[in-house]
Design a protein around this ligand. Sequence first.
Ligand code: SAM
Ligand code: SF4
Length: 324
Amino acid sequence: MLDQFQREIHYLRISVTDRCNLRCVYCMPESGVECLPHSAILTYEQIARLVEQFAALGVTHIRLTGGEPLVRPQLHKLVAAIRAVPGIQRITLTTNGILLSQQLPQLLEAGIDGVNISLDTLDRQQFAAITRRDLLLETLSGLEVALGVPGLTVKVNCVPTEANRDQLVPLAALAKDRDLSVRFIEMMPIGLGRNLGRLTQEEVLAQLTDAFGAPLDCPPPPGAGPSTYRTFPGFTGRVGFISAVSHQFCHNCNRVRLTATGYLKTCLQYETGRDLKALLDGGASDDELRRVIAETIRQKPASHHFSTAAQSGDEAMNMHQIGG
Ligand code: SAM
Ligand code: SF4
């Protein structure tokens, strides 16, 4: 469906939990996090019912995220339920990879099409400092298992900061000999990310050019969104840049978000949206749900204002509560 600025919205990111088995410094506080009670989050049945309404309005791609989506029990059951919804063409997952090697067989059977694995460093101590957990080897094993599955789209997501500046070349090198996309996601001033310095696309590209030679144009991988992709001489895979602050792409934005609490969020930066769980709990009909979803999406803001001062109505949540 179209929003008020004629942008076609066909991508829905669904956060299935605010809980996580890591505590990345830019995303989730180390302590004092009060997790939502189960009664406050959507059940899988409620999520599937909402997906039916979104699909009827033109959504074709669902991404499951969190918190860490794989800490919610039986996620494959949700994948299977979404797979059964007419109109949904693509189901993908964003994960820190820690539980992936155990769960990937069931997720594949349920119909997952792609996996994005967040990985900021290949150095074990640095990983423990950034995520506050010594679990690099678990993430790497999830990545290896995913790369072994024919036809599964696999991407690595890295947020470049001063803390992992020396790891950007080794991370990009993962794409040298395999059909992998390594994407550098510019830190966004949301929640804890406000306090941390970000490296720009230009800085990252300069490092990669020094290491691998001049970047080359290349076709994007399946399901490509706002990323711009480049490859390097001799590379099988590619490197992507998602630079929401320095290379704003709001005019092309095709997505909305559903939080674990059932709040339909139309832009990362603002609180604006609508509580769909309240409607579900109140017994709303499918027609009513579709009417509210369409109305809310139509009001999607024109753009974020990441580069200007905070204002009232800005999102106060941390990223683990939104889903990235
Ligand atoms: N736990 C899963 C994971 O880490 O992939 C899914 C949820 S996490 C919130 C989704 C993505 O958001 C991750 O790739 C993470 O690096 C990214 N992220 C978190 N905080 C961010 C920030 N302030 N700016 C940019 N990306 C951020
Ligand atoms: Fe957890 Fe993902 Fe946030 Fe890291 S980025 S704390 S893995 S939700």
